[in-house]
Write a protein that binds this ligand. Structure first.
Ligand code: PLP
Length: 382
């Protein structure tokens, strides 16, 4: 299956998203809510189809990063609960309240701004308070939380619906720091309860914690990576059966025979050591396929691995197909995904260039057409 306009595409199998969410549901049970992290265009997969499939599979919430992402999502899903997970909302209280978006907040300043806006509309804005238990990013440090919370309870126009935190190391085999974060979070929640302040939704678990620290599931989990079928860490592969949703594909655009000693691509970083066949593929760093794959990456052609030779350029890269018989223009090439029983995972592609699968997926550019397969038939009203 190819895009009619461009010969490089990402195939997103929505039945894999549904499968992964159902496996998560089996793990967490019916009482725990699932917020799917669909920020950054659903980790590069395409936010609308992934959100639709996630809600159809039984996820209750959609989580995005910024107000802009939330508003774009709201236009498609008039009723789905949408949470804004990152900071940077000051000055945006009106669209947040008007569009029933639920912000995660870390300061009194934003609480007051939201409250004022909500009051002017005769409403109370639900908010979730972020506690920093060791991530060192957003949130109120857990040691200082109670005094801030007491002031929060006096802010008019807001409703303290949730309390949350975020792990920094939950995907590691050594869970000691993550367990310490969970302990700090639970301590804050208990101290609030002792002051008769309770929250309907307590949440802290990302994918790594959802799998690795069962006690962290609380009232809601916030998986991202897992819903796309990627394991947070190799030691978690036995814990759940996930299916990768995205395959990155292209087609051979040009083939030529080259003699020993011929240089390939900018900078002449690769000199052909023997007579071979070089295939040119219409994908490059302009599509978000990192230049770090130069002279290092591999692709699948005719079910076999072919090495990337020379520097990856903006729009094209070259692979040595000398050992693969009869490679022709138009042959399908897989950069991430499976072909005839062989596969290259996002984890492998990331590991090869010293990064994480999150980055490999999020980087896929606009020029890469997204082709969606197996859209679930019956989505509930959203
Ligand atoms: C606040 C928050 N919750 C949940 C997630 C999902 O994390 P993961 O993709 O590791 O499951 C993220 C992603 O970075 C996040 O920032």
């Amino acid at each position: 299956m190819t895009s009619p306009l461009f010969k490089t595409w990402a195939e997103v199998d929505l039945s894999a998203i549904v499968h992964n969410i159902r496996r998560i549901r089996e793990l967490v049970g019916p009482a725990v809510k699932i917020l799917v992290s669909v920020k950054a265009d659903a980790y590069g997969h395409g936010v609308y189809p992934v959100s639709r499939a996630s809600l159809a599979a039984g996820a209750e919430w959609l989580g995005v990063s910024h107000v802009k992402e939330a508003l774009e999502l709201r236009a498609y899903f008039p009723r789905a609960p949408i949470m804004i997970l990152s900071a940077g909302m000051l000055g945006h209280s009106r669209p947040i309240v008007r569009n029933d978006l639920v912000p995660v907040i870390s300061s009194l300043e934003i609480a007051r701004d939201l409250g004022q806006e909500a009051l002017s509309m005769g409403r109370r804005a639900p908010v979730h308070l972020m506690v920093d238990t060791g991530m060192g990013r957003i949130g109120i440090w857990h040691e200082n939380f109670l005094p801030t919370l007491e002031k929060m309870t006096r802010v008019k126009g807001i409703r303290l619906e949730g309390i949350c935190s975020h792990f920094s190391t939950a995907d590691r085999p050594d869970t000691s720091f993550a367990t310490e974060q969970l302990r700090a979070f639970n301590a804050v929640v208990s101290a609030a309860a002792a002051r008769k302040i309770s929250f309907a939704l307590r949440h802290i678990a990302n994918s790594g914690a959802l799998l690795g620290i069962a006690e962290s599931r609380l009232d809601m989990v916030r998986p991202g990576l897992m819903i796309y079928g990627i394991y947070p860490a190799p030691h978690m592969e036995e814990m759940i059966d996930l299916k990768p949703a995205l395959s990155l594909k292209t087609q051979v655009a040009f083939v030529k025979r080259v003699h020993p000693g011929r240089p390939i691509s900018y900078g002449r970083t690769y000199i052909c050591p023997r007579e071979t066949v070089i295939a040119t593929l219409p994908i490059g760093y302009g599509d978000g396929y990192s230049r770090a794959h130069s002279n290092r990456g591999e692709v699948l052609v005719r079910g076999r691995r072919a090495p990337i030779v020379g520097l990856v350029t903006m729009d094209q890269l070259m692979v040595d197909v000398g050992r693969i018989p009869e490679v022709r223009v138009g042959d399908e090439v897989v950069l991430i995904g499976s072909q005839e029983g062989e596969s290259i995972t996002a984890e492998e592609a990331a590991g090869r260039i010293g990064t994480i699968p999150y980055e490999v997926l999020c980087q896929l550019g606009k020029r890469v057409s997204r082709v969606f397969k197996n859209e679930p038939a019956a989505a509930p009203p959203q």
